[in-house]
Design a protein around this ligand. Structure first.
Ligand code: MUC
Ligand code: MG
Length: 383
């Protein structure tokens, strides 16, 4: 028995290196909820709950993630045995509906604590890594084709990325296709080009879009239509050769089953946060594998803790055909980890060490804390 003694949550606001232009928002900063769980034996686990652009990407915001943890999840698990993660997940499932990002943040901290106490990495708890380096995409989303092209050349030259995801869906569909074509022309066959529409197209727009994108040699289109329109996603998957990836449509294993049932997508963008944690993320992965759907490690543009958590899980997946986009820390102007995650040779590298293999840098946490204080919930005033 290792009692959960204390749970702290802190919102950090970290500026991005440039405006990140998506169909629904432009990000000038990223807000993350850092979770620190302290156990009775002195061990500590970290987790991160992060979404994109307030409530413009999905239903959770940094503030709602923090409230869900402080007010609803923490009272369920404080004082309980931190070694029994399945019991705790079940308790949280019963007491808190929805809020997958908040649950993921807490669950990550529980895995981190348990793995550290056992003297292993989180990947080992999931059967051990099959790889320690994973291809990593970069998102070209400056909002300007010239800037995107020079960014792409810089990344290829530095051997950091040769997979690029372009964020489209804000402009009329033909303008978007012309923008992507300019980047495809400039980058040539040096890189894989993919696009993410973040649900912005109607089915009619999407038909024009997919035809145009396919003709200019784009490899994959992510979530072209609304998350709820599974039948539309399926009709696009069937009608074109270009790979169609589900992202927002995947909200954990139940929704993954619905997408897989009629093979409504060619690829799953599996996000641990959107899935509701590492365990549910692993179930989404299993559903993809069992249905012959390709796998890709997606991101909510998390900072180092959330990214390390995803790396721990995806390092254990035998076939990851479409690689990863676990580049979140690189979009932030400041590092919050004591030892940054490594990006080189077009790959992101699994951090070594116990648990997540990553710890926050306390000075960075203080510097970027929204209100310079954390919410602390402890079993007793002494802890
Ligand atoms: C998304 O929708 O996939 C991932 C990379 C990026 O730039 O934005 C995210 C969100
Ligand atoms: Mg996406």
């Amino acid at each position: 028995m290792t009692k959960i003694d204390r749970i702290e949550t802190t919102i950090l606001d970290i500026p991005t290196i440039r405006g990140h232009v998506l169909s629904m928002t432009t990000m000038m900063l990223q807000s993350i909820v850092l979770v620190r769980v302290k156990f009775a034996d002195g061990s500590v686990g970290y987790g991160e709950g992060t979404s994109i652009g307030g409530m413009s990407y999905g239903a959770e915001s940094p503030e709602s993630i923090k409230t869900a943890i402080d007010t609803y999840i923490t009272p369920l698990i404080l004082g309980r045995d931190g070694d029994q993660i399945n019991v705790l997940i079940d308790m949280i499932d019963r007491g808190v509906k929805g809020n997958p990002i908040a649950r993921c943040a807490v669950e990550t901290a529980l895995w981190d604590g348990l793995a550290k106490r056992l003297g292993v990495s989180i990947a080992k708890l999931f059967g051990g890594p099959v790889r320690t380096a994973m291809p990593v995409a970069w998102t070209l989303a400056s909002g300007n084709a010239e800037t995107d092209i020079s960014e792409a050349h810089e990344m290829i030259g530095a051997k950091r990325h040769n997979i690029f995801k372009l964020k489209i869906g804000k402009r009329p569909v033909r303008e978007d296709v012309a923008h992507v074509a300019a980047i495809c022309d400039a980058v040539g066959d040096q890189a894989s080009i993919r696009v993410d529409v973040n649900q912005a197209w109607s089915l009619a727009d999407a038909r024009w879009g997919l035809r145009g994108l396919q003709e200019i040699g784009v490899d994959l289109v992510e979530q072209p239509v609304g998350a709820g329109h599974i039948a539309q996603l399926r009709s696009l998957t069937d009608a074109y050769e270009i790979a169609v990836m589900a992202d927002e449509a995947l909200q954990g294993p139940v929704s993954a089953m619905k997408v897989a049932a009629n093979r409504s997508a060619d690829v799953f963008a599996v996000k641990i946060a959107q899935s509701g944690g590492l365990k549910r993320g692993n179930e989404v992965i299993a559903i993809g594998q069992a249905s012959g759907i390709g796998l890709y490690a997606g991101t909510m543009l998390e900072a180092g803790i959330g990214t390390a958590a995803a790396l721990q899980l995806f390092s254990t997946v035998p076939v990851l055909e479409w690689g990863t986009e676990l580049f979140g820390p690189l979009l932030l102007r400041h590092e919050i980890l004591a030892r940054p995650i490594e990006y080189r040779d077009f790959n992101v590298h699994l951090p070594d060490g116990l648990g997540l293999g990553a710890e926050p840098d306390p000075e960075a946490v203080t510097q970027f804390s929204r209100d310079r204080s954390s919410s602390v919930h402890a079993v007793s005033a002494q802890t």
